[in-house]
Design a protein around this ligand. Sequence first.
Ligand code: G3P
Ligand code: CA
Length: 248
Amino acid sequence: MKKTLIYAHRGASKLAPENTMAAYQLASESGADGIEIDVQLTKDRVPVLIHDENVRRTTNGTGFVQEYTLNHIKKLDAGSWFSTKYSDCSIVTLEEFLCWFQPKDMVLNVELKTNVIEYRDIEQLVYDALVRHHLLSRTVISSFNLNSVKKIHDIDAGVQTAFLTSTKRQNLAKFARENGASSLHIKHRLLDKKLLHQCHRNNMPVRVYTINRPSYMQKCYKLGCDGIFTDVPHEAVEYRTRFQEENQ
Ligand code: G3P
Ligand code: CA
């Protein structure tokens, strides 16, 4: 039976503020196979890890990431919104994350957050950072924006890429492949046997977001999804162990 890989979504983001070192550290201790991170660019074009284009929701600042220099954005408190216990958390750069991640025995999903703002050259900057850290072979680069997927494919056709989508369409596997994606990252409501078989017949891994309920985890494990993204990786690992024991 295929083992569904568990990616900690923005780190262990139910337990610690998303996309901070605290959340990544907990993810690495949870037994998860991988970590998913979101990348945006500062004004001085430094890749930083934050989900929203605006810093308001997850920091004590206001305004857009692209209006902040690295020096300025680093001063923000990225943890107190979650709990005062995390008031020392700051926004993490891609570079800091990759230094920490490199020696870990884990896989990585870098999501390029280009669906609202098309940051110039973000694809090349992220690709170069992954090359510098020798992480390309265990990374999949994903985006909701097909231009970003295509750009990564054009930079290096050997890189694992994923088209992220929550929209149903005819022959999604073929569509994704034609646009330079080697895998598909879908919202859970799109998941069914037919799509999964269609993708697997085309050698296209399918990973599903965001899976926090045990019943959805079971469904993904049972159908043989290639990966899930979850805010509760420790629970997903526990349910997967139980599922494997029951289905040996
Ligand atoms: O990469 C899967 C998932 O993270 C995509 O949605 O909005 O959580 O970044 P979002
Ligand atoms: Ca994401």
